[in-house]
Ligand binder design. Structure first.
Ligand code: X8Z
Ligand code: ZN
Length: 598
């Protein structure tokens, strides 16, 4: 079927060419072209999604083969469509058609050049890279440890030598990815250039309803808003780690060793909360890890709890097929991609998650994140095919994260997970807990694509990939590797989104948007207390307004969608800064006289 479909597309393209060359194509032809694309994509995306699901939940030779084949076809068609869309650059068309033409030109994550075989080569490489990550394993203490368990070790271990061992061994797995990555960059860059971009980084940055250079400046502006908060948090954490591990492991005049922060990539630091906790006064601090276990939560119960937050806002419950078809826990006896993701298999309501859920606070949060994707996908499923998406990829990542900010002690009490709500004395503890996720993440969220932008532009070469990575890690995060990195190291490959080729600036944007959405929701319910205590659980009026934004999908510029829900047209981190103000004041006092910065 797919073969026939591809043949049809090529044939119709060939028939179009003489007309396009002879005269400027008409608005009517543009409309007909879009109708053809949307009809074809409706079938093709579903087929590709079902194959991708099969591969992600059952990695083997054949599923890799199928995935590479369909991805090659998809890339070829997408590039073909992008080129045909360019033919209408000078045609006067309606706003909707223009937006769809732009989507076709800008939204290919990895374009291939049109030369024979390029799309297949690219697809074979990307399938290999993705599988190499997910099936990676290390030997540790006489056991073979799979990828998702290495993450758990980094959360739980406290012995610096063991942490260094796990950290280093996991990075041994990505050495094999380097050549594939280099080849992939070359092919995809050539594809971007053929489509008229300087390089793939510029193509990625062009997808934000603004000039690509202005977008890069926008990310720096947002970082500038939050940098003082991050610098203060980093400083406090460095001093507490120094108290725990001593001067040799944590010298105060150096960036922090990356393996000591309770996370494989030092991107969120919630697991070392106990080491950095502020005083809680008389109130008991809330430890969600312990609470979930004590309350006999299961992965399924975590899923249902997250779902019920959304239904409390007036969203319809998830369909039965969600529970029948999702991968909620890691299956036995086969290889899967454990990195969490949310899917819509038929672009309508065959929505699912794929996770290897464990009962802990991290996965409780991730579950809300993933369901945010699913509820968003279902909200925009009545849009035309090309508008079924978000207008700015930070939106998709921010929906569930906005909900997680509503997981306040009052909310946990409402759902029976805690008996008593801590007094205001406990606020600093709560804010610190949240900051180890929401603030610690910010520079990481920013730098992953800063690195890729440098790779795609050629500013970094394969010889300097790794040093360039660590230069950014030091510059933005103030961290350093625990040992000298070998010449063949490819440390970026140890992070899923690099071999998985998922753009990452979206997560940085989401960390900003999440607080903007949250503050707007709190304003809508008339909340007057400190921002961090607001929960909009059960507020159907918020759900209604939120849904009005979500159901627009990608049919309008993100500025319009943002304005619809928040009343402002700019991304702005001041809600985040307001949320953490009490913590910032405390951190500044703590850090007085300390050697901050790096
Ligand atoms: O990849 C994810 C989600 C799936 S979209 C689990 N996140 C980023 C990561 O894990 O690195 C969520 C936070 C950032
Ligand atoms: Zn996500």
């Amino acid at each position: 079927m797919t073969r026939t479909l591809a043949a049809t597309l090529l044939l119709s393209t060939a028939l179009c060419l003489p007309a396009a060359a002879a005269a400027k194509p008409s608005a009517r032809e543009a409309k007909a072209f879009i109708a053809e694309v949307e009809e074809n994509y409706e079938q093709l995306w579903e087929e590709a999604a079902r194959i991708a699901w099969l591969k992600a939940t059952y990695i083997n030779f054949d599923s890799n083969w199928l995935e590479a084949k369909i991805n090659a076809e998809l890339t070829e068609i997408a590039v073909e469509y992008a080129n045909r869309a360019k033919d209408f650059d000078d045609t006067r068309v309606s706003d909707d058609v223009r937006r769809k033409l732009n989507i076709l030109k800008q939204s290919i994550t990895l374009p291939a050049p049109t030369r024979d075989g390029a799309a297949s080569e690219l697809a074979a490489i990307t399938s290999r890279l993705d599988s190499a990550y997910s099936t990676g394993k290390i030997d540790f203490e006489d056991e073979v440890v799979p990828q998702n368990q290495t993450e758990i070790l980094m959360r739980q271990l406290r012995d610096p030598a063991k942490l260094e061992e796990v950290w280093t061994k996991w990075r041994g797995n990505s050495v094999q990815m380097k050549q594939d990555y280099v080849d992939m960059v070359e092919i995809a860059n050539a594809g971007a250039k053929e489509l008229g971009y300087d390089d793939l980084g510029q193509m990625w940055r062009s997808n934000y309803d603004m000039d690509p250079d202005a977008f890069a400046e926008e990310t720096d502006r947002l970082w500038g808003q939050v940098e003082p908060l991050y610098t203060n948090l980093q400083c406090h954490v460095k001093y507490r780690l120094n108290e725990e591990y001593g001067d040799e492991v944590v010298p105060l005049d150096q960036p922090i060793r990356a393996d000591l922060l309770g996370n494989m990539w030092a991107q969120s630091w919630g697991s070392i909360y106990d080491l950095v906790a502020p005083p809680t006064g008389d109130s008991e601090s809330i430890n969600l890890d312990e609470i979930l276990v004590a309350a006999d939560y299961t992965p399924l119960k975590i899923t249902q709890t997250a779902e019920s937050f959304f239904t409390s806002l007036g969203f319809d419950p998830l369909p039965d097929t969600f529970y029948e078809r999702s991968q909620i826990t890691k299956p036995e006896g086969r290889e899967v991609v454990c990195h969490a993701s949310a899917w819509n298999l038929d672009n309508v309501d065959d929505i699912r998650i794929k996770m290897c859920t464990e009962v802990n606070a991290d996965d409780f949060r991730t579950m809300h994140h993933e369901l945010g994707h699913n509820f968003y996908q279902r909200a925009y499923n009545k849009q035309p095919m090309l508008f079924r998406g978000d207008p700015n990829d930070g939106f998709h990542e921010a929906i569930g994260d906005m909900i997680t900010l509503s997981i306040t002690p009052e909310y946990l009490q409402q759902i029976g997970l805690v008996d008593e709500v801590p007094s205001a004395d406990g606020d600093l503890a709560l804010l610190m807990n949240e900051a180890l996720e929401g603030v610690a993440f910010l520079p990481f969220g920013l730098l992953v694509d800063k690195w890729r932008w440098q790779v795609f532009s050629g500013e970094l070469t394969p010889e300097t990939y790794n040093d360039g990575w660590w230069a950014l890690r030091e510059q933005y995060q103030g961290i350093r590797p625990p040992n000298e990195r070998p010449a063949d190291a490819f440390d970026p490959g140890a992070k899923y989104h690099i071999p998985g080729n998922t753009p990452y600036m979206r997560y940085f944007l989401a960390r900003v948007l999440q607080y903007q959405f949250y503050k707007a929701a709190c304003d809508q319910i008339g909340w007057e207390g400190p921002l961090h205590r607001c929960s909009f659980y059960g507020a159907e009026e918020v759900g209604e307004k939120f849904n009005a934004m979500l159901e627009k999908g990608n049919s309008q510029p993100w500025q319009d969608s943002l304005e619809l829900f928040t009343g402002t047209r700019e991304m702005d981190a001041s809600a985040l800064v307001e949320y953490y103000r009490p913590l910032m004041e405390w951190l500044e006092a703590e850090n007085e006289g300390r050697q901050c910065g790096w």
